[in-house]
Design a protein around this ligand. Structure first.
Ligand code: OFO
Length: 169
């Protein structure tokens, strides 16, 4: 069995991960409107990763005898002024998610659930990678400013990103 407070914290994080998927889906729609296929592909991979993150916790909670309680998903933003603004939002969002995973780990610590702490360690490492990937795209976007040729080249590069199903935990 899992502690009730920790169960709630897991359910809140499952919701946050599904929100992340929704958030990136909204960005996917934005890049589709802009006809930036590589950026759209990047968001598609990101959405699949977020889905995997949510399902990883979903399955873990079930495995631990907890109850998964799905919550409504907040409406995400749907308009941005540029790809740069999108990636600024992505970085802010991922930093926020990192702080949430840390807080979730604090709850696991507080209720002395060592198994959950160990499980969540994967998510902490994943956040380091997420922030670094996003930070790299953001740096390039800042460098190229609004140069259309460079944006086109970056779009080509982002088209090569592929989804690899993560092995969580
Ligand atoms: Fe699930 O890591 Fe991004 O949000």
């Amino acid at each position: 069995m899992i502690n009730e407070k920790l169960e709630k914290a897991f359910n809140d994080q499952i919701n946050a991960e599904f929100y992340s998927e929704y958030f990136y889906l909204s960005m996917y729609a934005y890049f589709d409107r802009m006809n930036l296929q590589g950026f759209k592909n990047w968001m598609n991979v990101q959405m699949q990763e977020e889905h995997a993150h949510a399902m990883g916790m979903f399955n873990y909670l079930n495995e631990r005898g907890g109850k998964v309680t799905l919550q409504s998903i907040e409406q995400p933003k749907s308009d941005w002024s540029s790809p740069l603004e999108v990636f600024e939002d992505v970085l802010k969002h991922e930093q926020y998610v990192t702080s949430r995973i840390n807080a979730l780990m604090d709850v696991a610590d507080e209720v002395k659930d060592r198994a959950a702490v160990s499980f969540l360690d994967w998510y902490l490492k994943e956040q380091v990678e997420e922030e670094s990937n996003v930070g790299n795209v953001l740096k390039t976007l800042k460098l190229i400013c609004n140069d259309k040729n460079c944006l086109y080249m970056l779009d080509k590069e982002l088209a090569t990103r592929t989804f690899v199903a993560p092995v969580i935990g």
